[in-house]
Design a protein around this ligand. Sequence first.
Ligand SMILES: CSC[C@@H](O)[C@@H](O)C(=O)COP(=O)(O)O
Length: 338
Amino acid sequence: MRVGRSSYRAVSWHLESGGVQWVEQRLLPHRFEQVVSRNPEDVAVAIESMQVRGAPTIGATAAYGLALAWKEGKERFNEFWLPRFRATRPTAVNLFHACDVMQLYSEQNPTITQMIERAGAYADAEVMANRKIGACLAEFLAVGERRILTHCNAGWLAAVDWGTATSGIYHLAHAGENPFVWVDETRPRLQGARLTAWELNQEGIDCRIQADGAAAWMMAQGRVDAIVVGADRIAANGDVANKIGTYALSLAAKEHGVPMYVAAPSSTFDPACLKGSNIPIEEREGSELLEMDGMDRAGSIQQIRIAATGVVANNPAFDVTPFGNITAVVSELGVWQP
Ligand SMILES: CSC[C@@H](O)[C@@H](O)C(=O)COP(=O)(O)O
């Protein structure tokens, strides 16, 4: 069965059980499974452990998790749950944006139902924004042979629905165009190979996975018409934090005259962060590089060691691309060009 973006959301409220429901992204592409929980701690762990990931999905998940936490009363909400959610991941500003929105709303002493509705409205606003971004982005992408390169997963899994970067690709496809996508595998967690390629496949969009190191070479050969990526935080000066490898892509794009677009909803903008060098960059466990995830015959995830025992790894999860290397930043509020 096709598991398309129009049939599911990466995270939502599960009415029947009164809990948060999310797609367990670590199991993809092997297995499509949704998890439901009524425990806010499970929701926080889902963000930390990257069962849910991608900046807008992280924000919406935190909003739903905080709505669950409201049941424990205002004091516990403010003193425990807000800091707990804010500490889950440091780079995607959408997380902090969602926490601020839920905190502000809580000051009106809403009922539990109203908090759940507020979280739902937050997620809906992200979806609307991403849909709008896609319509605008599709106009930029409708050039040349439409061979589009993307990095990481900025699809519906990462953004509740539609995606940010992929929203433009989906809009192109719906308009009857035939976009082709080069999907960077995106070491070390392989969000491109595991998630983006799966999403595009489910949508019937032609794509090919390539090693991250192949991207510059494909540009040098004139086989990339445009690059489109998402973002985790955009500083006031336009510098963009996104998945590690995005900065290198921007250097190659500049060298080879390939336009590079960044697609992000306004919740990814951080006006309080003046420049890219102020963005906190998440350092993750070296094991993500030293070991490789795979699924055994029983369907559980297993780690296979690929580096020598005793070797250590350096694992910054994001990098910062200077605004000057970007052709345009596309959000639901408008387009910014250096
Ligand atoms: C629409 S999502 C944009 C970004 O969040 C995405 O490109 C990314 O870097 C995700 O990182 P991840 O570490 O998988 O959460």
